[in-house]
Design a protein. Structure first.
Length: 466
């Protein structure tokens, strides 16, 4: 059993219960669950024995077909996502979307440039991250109204799914006990289909200049066991809508939270912001003045420029280490009993990994609570060489590791670097008079800022008034 000095389950459970409430113990009652906080044990389980725990537990609240479940379906859907959409060529081809989203974001931010009370930026960040994924999913620039409608059904969906977490392990009983919630789930699902399916159909029927996520779903053949008559089959429109919804779910909240923490640290520590700005202007020069609202930005820091900005990469990594958006991975399930470092891991057990704690482990990191991007700069030419996939050793794994690693990790890193670089280039970010940046954390499903960032912004290059 995985219980002794490597991680003693009891004290961990007490801490988890204090932090996350009693629900954390529920799965353990029905299913042996283990939390791994030890870097080398995590490495061995996830990398050396990756195949062992590459499934998700059946108790996950997966209410629709998704990349998260079990068996051959997830392999096909995941391979599609990773190779068709998250490949470097495709990611690069969406530079128009990044520029478009950045223009919308700077338009909104510049309305608050004169405000001395500061602005709460989280909703703007969320909208930007969401719009980036919407454009990759449907392949074009949807109008604001349409994006808001999609965001609304997504939010409704998340709320209602949250209520099913506890009873996900008894879906039939859940339907009876949670009759009202189940009805609400059906209503929200219908709404989602009504919003998503027309957009999906119109994308499929339109002439295409690029490949969107939806286009790749059309070609998928599900394995035989998914089809009642024994043949392989294609995804239905409803399933495509579910896949798009999951694409947004997986990538929006996590990346928004990461951007929020990173920007909060840059506001709190002006010397780090100045150092980053100095690096940026060394690579791309001083920023141009922002155009008037609605006029496209004449110049942006692009993907190639970012490759020359080591300190920027270090800031983003330090943000992910110090404030991992998620404290755990999605649960992994053990497919076959195995021995790992002298421990027996029983088949069917659920394993999770204390990823946030790993990033703050004083045995691995000096001054772990400090925000010090320099720790990621190697002494050789100040380059960032960090094994974020944990292939050689695990030091921090905000995206997981092994076969179930987040398939969107490269996209997420690019979106974070791109937005942070451009936001710092165009605007100077400060704390409003009489306020301070509070880095306290609120842990729900994700680890968010308890008191959202409120910041003053000013233009680095004032627009000429004539
Ligand atoms: C800073 C941003 C992000 C963070 C910190 C993050 C983190 C994670 C983590 C920890 C997991 C679970 C890994 C495991 O269980 O081993 C995961 C899974 C996943 N992520 Fe991300 N993620 C981010 C952004 C994205 C983006 C932009 C996408 C793209 C749409 C995405 C798509 C997914 C999907 C589809 C899964 C499920 C994979 C599976 O079950 O095989 N994520 N992510």
């Amino acid at each position: 059993m995985l219980t002794n000095s490597v991680f003693d389950l009891e004290p961990i459970l007490v801490r988890l219960k204090a932090k996350y409430g009693p629900f954390i113990t529920l799965p353990i009652v029905f299913n042996p669950s283990f939390f791994v906080g030890c870097h080398s044990l995590a490495h061995e389980i996830l990398i050396q024995n990756g195949a062992l725990c590459s499934d998700r537990p059946k108790t996950l609240p997966v209410l629709h077909i998704s990349t998260s479940p079990y068996g051959p379906t997830w392999r096909i859907l995941r391979r599609n996502l990773a190779s068709e959409i998250m490949n470097p060529y495709r990611i690069k081809s969406y530079s128009w979307a990044r520029k478009w989203v950045l223009c919308n974001l700077t338009d909104k931010l510049q309305e608050h440039v004169a405000s001395e009370d500061g602005i709460k930026v989280i909703d703007y960040f969320h909208h930007a991250m969401f719009s980036l994924l919407v454009s990759m999913c449907f392949g074009n620039k949807l109008d604001e109204g349409c994006i808001k409608e999609i965001a609304k059904v997504q939010a409704d969906m998340q709320n209602v799914i949250g209520r099913f977490r506890m009873l996900a392990m008894f879906p039939r009983l859940g339907k009876i006990l949670l009759r009202k919630s189940w009805k609400e789930f059906e209503r929200v699902s219908k709404n989602k289909e009504q919003v998503f399916i027309p957009i999906i159909k119109s994308r499929i029927e339109s002439a295409k200049q690029n490949v969107a996520y939806v286009d790749t779903l059309v070609n998928i053949q599900l394995p035989q066991e998914e089809a009642r008559n024994g043949d392989s089959r294609k995804l239905t429109y409803k399933e495509m809508a579910d896949m798009c919804s999951e694409f947004f779910n997986a990538g929006t909240e996590t990346a928004t939270i990461a951007l929020h923490w990173i920007m909060a640290n840059l506001v709190k520590y002006p010397h780090i912001q100045s150092k980053l700005y100095d690096e940026i202007i060394t690579v791309v020069g001083s920023p141009p003045s922002l155009p008037r609202k609605g006029v496209e930005l004449e110049s942006v820091i692009n993907e190639d420029n970012i490759q020359k900005m080591s300190y920027l990469k270090a800031v983003v990594l330090e943000g992910l280490r110090r404030h991992s958006p998620s404290h755990f991975l999605l649960p992994h399930s053990v497919t076959k009993e195995a021995e790992v470092q002298g421990y027996t891991i029983p088949q069917g057990a659920t394993i999770n990994f204390l990823v946030a704690e790993m990033g703050l482990d004083p045995k691995v990191w000096d001054d772990p609570m400090e925000f010090k991007p320099e720790r990621f700069l190697s002494t050789y030419g100040s380059k960032v060489v960090f094994d974020i996939k944990g292939n050689k050793e695990i030091k921090m794994i905000p995206f997981g590791a092994g076969r179930r690693i987040c398939p969107g990790y490269e996209l997420a890193l690019l979106h974070l670097e791109y937005l942070v670089a451009n936001l710092i280039w165009y605007f100077h970010w400060t704390t409003p008079h009489g306020r301070h940046v509070d880095l306290s954390e609120k842990t729900e499903f994700f680890a968010t800022m308890k008191n959202p960032l409120i910041t003053c912004i000013s233009l680095r290059n004032q627009r000429k008034t004539t």
